[in-house]
Design a protein around this ligand. Structure first.
Ligand code: AMP
Ligand code: TRP
Length: 327
């Protein structure tokens, strides 16, 4: 089975964008791949963060992932900083990464623009990502659109390493999921995002009343005549409905919209009901897991052991090829 790797930062709570855009994909991909999923805490420290809660956030994220259907028996699920080789390989990769390539990373440009203090770590972030993937010699990487550039850089790093030191790493392919791009309900022109959680994101574990408030007050339009194009807010509600409701329900609402007699409050109620039926089991599973937090920690321990085994074997080879120790 092809080997697949992906990572997610332990910053903030999971929202519906993460869930439908990434996690549900990760769960499906477990079927036909050898999957490795990593909570990338070393990536999180490149921007402002609170060291007091980082660990807790990582374990919490692991809990959410397991509740969502990541099966730690089938997938390797672990915390990045528990496997030292990630950082070691990053340093070696720094020497086969083009400085010019790094200066062209759009995520760095976007993020750094908004910061007072821009760390060198943030600039070097994509090289750590390449090390994450290639440490396990993974050939597939499920990511959102915004990460494709980083996977392409990973391919160039692998190529450069292989040509300099000998064939060792695969050139991994990105897998961009069904493309669910969930927009903020408060401002459907912008992506639902963690950084401005309160208004612009709906949390997977958020209080039910609060979710209903956000769905109910979702921006739509003043109501359109028959045949008018769908506004972004209404389209976003339809996206959420498509992801959670039976086809016949969606078709019914589409028909009403085409005819110009769709009541948005009915659409919102349907979105809320179907969304809750989809995520309620995840929330219940999470509650269960929370009662026995040490169980999640045990699962992470096991994941760490499995990851270490692969990482240390591969790193041994790499050190030999590069001519460095420890020997
Ligand atoms: P982030 O929260 O940006 O670290 O993203 C974690 C994962 O969720 C990545 O794979 C993103 O592509 C995905 N993601 C984040 N926001 C959205 C969104 N609004 N719609 C769809 N996918 C998203
Ligand atoms: N950079 C990714 C993000 O911001 C997270 C990430 C870190 C990752 N390492 C990875 C994704 C390796 C895929 C593979 O979402």
């Amino acid at each position: 089975m092809p080997k697949l790797f992906s990572g997610i930062q332990p910053t903030g709570e999971l929202h519906l964008g993460n869930y439908f855009g990434a996690i549900t994909n990760w769960v499906e991909l477990q079927q036909e791949h050898e999957t490795i999923y990593c909570i990338v805490d070393l990536h999180a420290i490149t921007s402002d963060y609170d060291p007091e809660v980082l660990r807790e956030n990582s374990v919490n994220l692991a809990t959410d992932l397991i509740a969502s259907g990541i099966d730690p028996e089938n997938s390797i699920l672990f915390i990045q900083s528990e496997v030292r080789e990630h950082v070691e390989l990053q340093w070696i990769f720094n020497s086969v990464t083009s400085y010019g390539d790094l200066t062209r990373m759009t995520q760095f440009k976007d993020k750094s623009e908004k910061m007072d203090f821009v760390s060198a770590g943030l600039f070097d972030y994509p090289v750590l990502q390449a090390a994450d993937i290639l440490l396990y010699r993974a050939s597939r990487v499920p990511v959102g659109e915004d990460q494709v550039q980083h996977v392409e850089l990973t391919r160039r790093i692998a190529r450069k390493f292989n040509s300099r030191f000998g064939e060792f790493f695969p050139e991994p392919e990105p897998i961009v999921g069904r493309g669910a791009r969930i927009m903020s309900t408060a401002d459907p022109e912008r992506k639902m995002s963690k950084s401005d959680h309160d208004k612009h994101a709906i949390g997977l574990m958020e209080d039910e009343d609060s979710i209903w408030e956000k769905v109910k007050s979702a921006v739509t339009d003043p109501g359109k005549a028959k045949g008018d194009e769908m506004s972004p807010g209404v389209a976003n509600l339809f996206t959420l409905l498509e992801l959670t409701a039976p086809e016949s329900t969606v078709e019914g609402f589409r028909e009403d919209h085409r005819e110009g007699n769709l009541m948005y409050i009915d659409l919102k109620e349907a979105v809320y009901e179907n969304l809750m039926s989809e995520i309620r089991p995840v929330r219940e599973k999470k509650e269960e897991l929370m009662e026995n937090r040490s169980h999640v920690e045990e699962l992470l321990e096991k994941g760490k052991e499995k990851a270490r085994k692969i990482a240390s074997g591969n790193m041994e080879e790499v050190r030999k090829m590069v001519g460095v120790g420890p020997t």
